[in-house]
Ligand binder design. Structure first.
Ligand SMILES: C[S@@+](CC[C@H](N)C(=O)[O-])C[C@H]1O[C@@H](n2cnc3c(N)ncnc32)[C@H](O)[C@@H]1O
Length: 288
């Protein structure tokens, strides 16, 4: 059963419904094959500033903060942000605010790293994905890494107890086109399945957008389970996890500025165009 949260999007652009967001949790397969690679690729972030783009209820912010990083989270859903500030995440010292991934309310070149977990697949247009990469590149320092994770675009047809796709008539894994909308069943917080809208962004398209936004693709993880892992998970993981990857995790690194660009003071002009951010009671609120 879906729980209605009554959350709203700041600009009403996101397709992620508030009630879906509130029911979202990290089932076992996400923890093993999306979160673990994400943290491996993130590496040592102690003392670093890290941005969580689409932070949801703050679950990953919490874990990044435990690695002694200064974490900021943004999410399109006011309800999710309230969740991140509230029960279970009271000790998040970093800032959280309502904002869209493609319009980050931060000055340029301030983050050492960023994560964007299971959120790219909620973005409904190529322009939005491109702008999200561009804005992430803008706020990262040169050489900073953006780690993204998403349900693996090549294995959406596979069904497990944690996730499956409800194809529209005539829709198949084979005939999806980039940006196409489809419905997923995923396990919600209370263990029941919830239905959500997703968009198909294949690896090649994401790579292309990321490179054009100023990133190099540094690492790509498409993990499957070992037999031992499946045995240890006492029946929770279907043997199919040993055969196909359910998540795609990419480490994108912001290309170093060329000496010419630095000399022409481009970095400085980015700073002067910074968006207004008011800070109220320890919380960053994007200016209007
Ligand atoms: C599946 S949840 C993942 C949450 C979190 N990253 C995690 O892994 O637990 C997707 C999140 O993306 C957020 N989202 C969707 N579209 C967004 C956008 N355009 N800008 C910012 N956040 C967005 C949703 O509100 C939701 O919290």
């Amino acid at each position: 059963m879906m729980r209605h949260a009554g959350g709203r999007y700041r600009k009403g652009k996101s397709q992620w419904q508030a009630e879906e967001g509130c029911s979202y949790s990290h089932p076992l397969d996400v923890q093993l094959y999306a979160d673990q690679p994400l943290f491996r690729l993130l590496g040592d972030v102690s003392g670093n500033r890290v941005l969580d783009i689409g932070c949801g209820n703050g679950y990953l912010m919490h874990r990044v903060q435990a690695k002694a990083a200064h974490v900021t989270g943004i999410d399109a859903s006011a309800e999710m942000i309230r969740g991140a500030q509230g029960f279970g995440h009271r000790d998040i010292a970093g800032l959280v605010c309502v904002a869209l991934a493609d319009s980050l309310p931060f000055v340029s070149c301030i983050y050492d790293a960023a994560i964007c977990s299971l959120t790219i697949n909620n973005l409904s247009s190529a322009d939005m994905v491109k702008r999200t990469f561009r804005d992430a590149a803008r706020v990262l320092k040169s050489g900073g890494a953006l780690i993204i994770s998403l349900p693996h675009p090549n294995t959406l047809g596979a069904k497990t107890r944690f996730r499956s796709t409800d194809w529209e008539e005539g829709q198949t894994q084979e005939n999806l086109v980039p940006g196409e909308r489809f419905r997923r069943q995923i396990m919600g917080q209370d263990g029941t399945m919830i239905s959500i809208v997703n968009y198909y962004w294949p690896k090649e398209v994401l790579t292309n957008f990321a490179v054009r936004a100023g990133f190099d693709v540094d690492r790509l993880v498409e993990e499957t389970a070992g037999g031992v892992e499946i045995a240890q998970c006492s029946g929770e993981l279907d043997p199919i996890y040993a055969e196909i990857p359910f998540f795609l995790v990419m480490r994108l690194v912001k290309r170093l500025k060329k000496a010419k660009e630095l000399a022409s003071g481009r970095e400085a002009s980015h700073m002067s165009q910074e968006k207004k951010t008011q800070v109220t009671g320890g919380m960053a609120v994007p200016g209007n």
